[in-house]
Design a protein around this ligand. Structure first.
Ligand code: FAD
Length: 402
């Protein structure tokens, strides 16, 4: 009987094994995860769960009984040490587990601050896993002072939660503006104003010189010489694809584990999906760090592992929740050279439409789900509405689809 092993029991791994069964695979499936919790969703870790508004069980992607019911062997708290691609075995301590086909869904790892600048002091946190958040949760209490390092989505979401919980929040961003890597200046301006309105101090163009403390962080010195007193710090300076196992197997890497359009790595018996995989997209190669990508790509990989021949055609979308604002993003904005602003129907609702010349690439919609939906349909259909029509709130959104 054929044995499929999946390493990484996160969003992509859980979606992949479910799809294998759903598509009729009746061989052996083993899903191996280093964390002790059953596969869970990460987005609430910097949103509702951190805020204390979501029960643990609601984080789980499926009830724990699902894996037994589907005859999937779920091995939690188990870190795979290496892959031996020549013998088709995964190595776990002294154990060698044979596979016929293997999928790597190991996700990504947050970048840490170096110990030389205080990165290993107590009270310095990252937000990637349930354990990270459970460790940090007791720190997040009213009146305490937190420094957030990094003004990307995770840093900003953590800032919003901390501010809502009554902490004194300072956020430093080394680049000229928050969200610089991922969004237009208009979107940065929107979120800067939102955070400032909630009392968060946002410092841009200022780096962290170092964190200060003997064993526990007590302060920070910034690159402009500012000294801050702190109770704890949260580091949100990006993530790196987890490619350690792929390297151990001698697989080709290219900003993550390099796959073909179907999710196959340079070893035909090994597949990859989710944050760790880079794949062809519109003549280039990308890696996406998002839930929709993890699910859709994993499901395509599952089908291909079972003998279909389906290309993964990514339809990028993403969201972020901060205070009472829901940001929804459709498309990928890289290469944009002009932005069209469309006011929404309510105060605080607006959308920014990214164009390259006259071609629509992406839409950031704040509290404007209809602008997001219409933008998404246009982008997926390869259609670019006239900019004057987009900018004119008197033009009904749905007419843009015609
Ligand atoms: P993961 O879900 O990270 O799963 C990988 C798993 O592999 C991990 O459990 C890891 O422990 C395990 N693993 C790694 N190495 C080994 C090994 N050697 N042996 C065994 N197991 C191993 N995306 C959105 O679309 N919208 C959001 O709003 C959003 N918010 C986010 C907020 C936070 C705080 C975080 C951390 C992420 C957020 N994301 C969001 C991103 C999204 O959660 C990820 O893109 C998604 O989880 C990727 O799924 P994955 O399966 O590739 O990786």
């Amino acid at each position: 009987m054929s044995h499929i092993v999946v390493i990484g029991a996160g969003q992509a791994g859980a979606s992949l094994v479910a799809k294998l069964r759903n598509a009729g695979f009746d061989g052996e499936i083993t899903l191996i995860g280093a964390e002790t919790a059953p596969p869970y969703q990460r987005p609430p870790l910097s949103k509702a769960y951190l805020l204390g508004e979501m029960e643990l069980e609601r984080l789980y992607l499926r009830p724990e009984s699902f894996y037994d019911d589907q005859n999937i062997t779920l091995r939690l708290g188990t870190k795979v040490d290496a892959i031996d691609a020549t013998t088709r075995e995964v190595v776990i301590g002294d154990e060698r587990l044979a596979y016929d086909q293997l999928a790597i869904t190991t996700g990504s790892t947050p970048r840490q601050l170096p110990a030389s600048i205080g990165g290993s002091l107590e009270g310095v946190h990252v937000v990637r896993t349930l354990d990270d958040v459970d460790r940090m949760e007791p720190e997040v209490s009213p009146g305490r002072r937190v420094l957030i390092i990094g003004g990307g989505y995770i840093g900003l979401e953590a800032a919003a939660v901390a501010a809502k919980k009554g902490l004194k929040v300072t956020l430093v961003e080394m680049a000229d503006r928050i969200l610089q890597r991922v969004a237009a200046p208009e979107t940065s301006d929107y979120f800067r104003a939102l955070h400032r309105a909630h009392g968060v101090e946002i410092l841009e163009g200022v780096g962290l010189e170092r964190l200060v403390g003997d064993t526990r962080v007590t302060g920070a010195i910034l690159s402009d010489g500012t000294e801050l007193e702190l109770d704890f710090a949260i580091v949100g300076v990006g993530i790196a694809p987890d490619t350690a196992l792929a390297e151990s197997a001698g697989l080709v890497l290219d900003n993550g584990i390099k796959t073909d359009a179907q999710g196959r790595t340079s070893d035909p018996a090994i597949w990859a999906a989710g944050d760790c995989a880079s794949f062809p997209y519109r003549g280039t190669r990308i890696r996406l760090e998002s839930v929709p990508n993890a699910i859709d790509q994993a499901e395509v990989v599952a089908r291909n592992m079972l003998g279909e021949s389906v290309d993964y055609v990514a339809k990028p979308w993403f969201w972020s929740d901060q205070y009472d604002v829901k940001l929804q993003i459709a498309g990928l904005n890289s290469g944009y050279d002009n932005i069209v602003t469309r006011p929404g129907d309510n105060a605080g609702s607006v959308s920014y439409w990214y164009y390259q010349g006259d071609t629509l690439l992406a839409v950031d919609a704040m509290n404007d789900p209809r602008a997001y939906m219409v933008g998404k349909r246009l982008i997926e259909g390869g259609k670019s509405p006239a900019k004057e029509a987009v900018a004119d709130p008197a033009v009904e959104l749905k007419t843009l689809l015609k």
